[in-house]
Design a protein. Structure first.
Length: 363
């Protein structure tokens, strides 16, 4: 069992593991939705010490991994336009489209800059007024407020050489779609705290009720993840899907209302494609008509086309909880962190990347 490697000071919570063992009486399947939580779980070797009857599967909680190749193609098409600077997170650089990636077009001369936040992309627009800076807004609902703020700030300042490719995805509709598959047999969902801070908790409560699921929100520390799993198993054992509102108390109702008002000024939800899951009603944000000058998709008249991927990759099964990286014949052979084939190995939060980094030596 790892002591956490690079974290150094974290104590492994043996008592919580013991408590979990005492609670799991029969086989249960639980989805850990968030890629960061899956990474922590593997980093600490929790997968080796969890009760045998508790099967953990990963979910669609890696925003880069769920991006279909056709969407990457749209980023590339825009990035190849004259006078465009693409501002993107590092994770997205190497994700393959049907042929190219943002990194490969950068090597051919396109202007692609790595930024950590949309406001940095806006700074680039101020710095280079003769260019159009296009921010690749990839993320889940937790990333949406920063993107909305950058658009509203650009509008306030009258900056017109800045725009955004809206690729924000909303997790509750995708989970709803996955849970409709009776073969999943998932009894509980562990969701991450940063999603809860934006989304109305009722969305998760409703999801849990409709699919007869236990559900808990947890942070990213190992002890928080274990407490979340304990809450889920307790809910299932007690026959209550929602016990003591496990979603409450992280973000105040007032804070959420302010954030949601800002989001509704900028975005509205539409049907959106997810890699591995397909098209889901109301699962992605697009920019409102009155702010369309900040919508790169409209400005450059591109569309998110469906396309055949040239790569052979099992990411679709993995992000929908139907398989693990070790089921993929390429894992650790032709697909490694140095030579990633699919987005689940490229992205830091990617499930294959976490498996490769933390478990490959002991498989
Ligand atoms: Fe795709 Fe590589 Fe993961 Fe296989 S190991 S599913 S090829 S990312």
């Amino acid at each position: 069992m790892s002591d956490g490697g690079d974290s150094g000071h974290t104590q492994f919570p043996h008592e919580l593991v013991k408590e979990l063992h005492s609670l799991v009486e029969r086989p249960l399947r639980v989805m850990v939705v968030c890629g960061t939580q899956t990474r922590t779980l593997l980093k600490y070797g929790l997968d080796e010490v969890l009760p045998e009857n508790l099967e953990i599967v990963s979910g669609p909680g890696c925003s880069v991994c769920v991006m279909p190749a056709g969407h990457i193609d749209a980023f590339i098409k825009i990035g190849l336009q004259p006078d465009v600077i693409t501002a993107t997170c590092e994770d997205l650089l190497r994700v393959p489209g049907s042929r190219d990636s943002l990194e490969s077009i950068r090597q051919k001369g396109a202007l692609v800059e790595v930024v950590d936040a949309p406001m940095e992309a806006l700074d680039l627009a101020r710095k280079y007024p003769d260019k159009i800076v296009v921010f690749t807004a990839v993320g889940f609902e937790g990333a949406a407020p920063d993107v909305a703020e950058s658009i509203l700030e650009a509008a306030r300042e009258g900056i017109t050489n800045f725009c955004v490719i809206p690729s924000i995805r909303l997790l509750p509709p995708s989970l709803d779609s996955l849970m409709k598959d009776p073969n999943q047999n998932i009894r509980g969902l562990l969701c991450s705290a940063h999603i809860e801070s934006i989304t109305d908790t009722e969305a998760y409560a409703d999801l849990a009720r409709r699919h007869h699921l236990a559900c808990a929100v947890a942070g990213f520390e190992i002890s928080e993840i274990l407490r979340g799993l304990i809450s889920i198993v307790s809910q299932i054992q007690d026959g209550h899907q929602i016990k003591n509102n496990p979603f409450a108390g992280i973000t105040s109702r007032e804070e959420k209302a302010v954030t949601q008002k800002m989001l509704s000024e900028v975005f509205f939800a539409v049907e959106t494609d997810w890699r591995g899951i397909g098209s889901i009603e109301g699962s992605g944000f697009v920019i409102r008509e009155e702010l369309s000058i900040y919508d790169a998709v409209k400005r450059f008249n591109v569309r998110f086309a469906e396309c055949e991927e040239e790569i052979q990759c099992n990411c679709a099964e993995i992000i929908s909880g139907k398989g693990t990286p070790t089921d993929c014949p390429a894992f650790g052979i032709s697909c490694t962190s140095r030579h990633p084939v699919g987005p689940c190995m490229v992205a830091q939060e990617g499930i294959c990347a976490s498996y490769f980094r933390y478990t490959f030596g002991r498989l």
